[in-house]
Design a protein around this ligand. Sequence first.
Ligand SMILES: C[S@@+](CC[C@H](N)C(=O)[O-])C[C@H]1O[C@@H](n2cnc3c(N)ncnc32)[C@H](O)[C@@H]1O
Ligand SMILES: [Zn+2]
Length: 301
Amino acid sequence: MIDRIVEWLRCPQCAMPLQRAEQSLRCDRGHSFDIARQGYVSLLRGGRNPIQGDDAGMIAAREELFARGHYRVIEQAIAGIAARACQSRRDPLIVDIGAGIGNYLAAALEHLPAGLGIGIDVSKPAARRLGRAHPRAGAIIADVWSGLPLADQCADVALTVFAPRNAAEIARILRPGGTWLIATPAAHHLAELARIEGVLSVDERKGERLAATVGESFVQRENHHVRATIEVTKDEAERVLAMGPTAWHLDRDQRARAVESAFAAVEATTRMPLTLSVDITEYQLASSPGSEPRSQARPFG
Ligand SMILES: C[S@@+](CC[C@H](N)C(=O)[O-])C[C@H]1O[C@@H](n2cnc3c(N)ncnc32)[C@H](O)[C@@H]1O
Ligand SMILES: [Zn+2]
């Protein structure tokens, strides 16, 4: 799959275009990046990156939970909005930043038969899954805060789903008039679990507040609110906690105890209701008239 997206990739060291050379990607200055067996390419700048992203346990929890379809309502909402945003493009490119296992990107590509996708995450366990998220998606390891190893003005839609937002980089990689879709937890998201001590509620996740992070290059368009109640087993509720920010604060035993209290609070035995409440906000890149894709080498970040 890397072959179909390589034209949009840029060297993280010198920002030159990359070409496929056997099992690696190379730029004309001789920087080289191996293609992993699982199909992803690490385009980190080198050395140990200060941010490691989600660990294997968090990624596995996400994979198991999403496979059971509990977040399908959010996947389909994001996919539908992304597809509408690029319906007039012939070969649209969707870039999912902080893509996790790539389920939102894959859902969007299912709505766009001619679309291509690039999933970016700093986490290696995430990239391993991302590499097989969809036959038309490629997987890249990169740190959004060091700059995205992508060409200027390459993407029609950028997705950021519960993930860090680097507005300057998104503005750089979007085509004029392109769309940035940002999904954030809204009030009452996972409320039945968030009542428990140690479990982060939406209010405590101040860093996820939108307005301050989007910047002036974007104009807000529509806001879509998705709310649904799903039914989860204890095991699934524990996975919900294991895949989110609570995992950084509570270990497995503490999460299991938190789930027991949540079940007791609603007098549930085998399954309890759980609220999903998510805002998906559409931002459009303010176009600068007559601008053409810029492909000159320029350091990222
Ligand atoms: C809460 S998860 C959301 C993942 C996915 N979008 C989803 O909703 O299932 C945040 C993701 O962002 C990734 N991430 C964190 N910091 C990052 C960074 N600096 N650059 C790229 N990805 C990052 C994590 O590894 C993780 O996969
Ligand atoms: Zn280079």
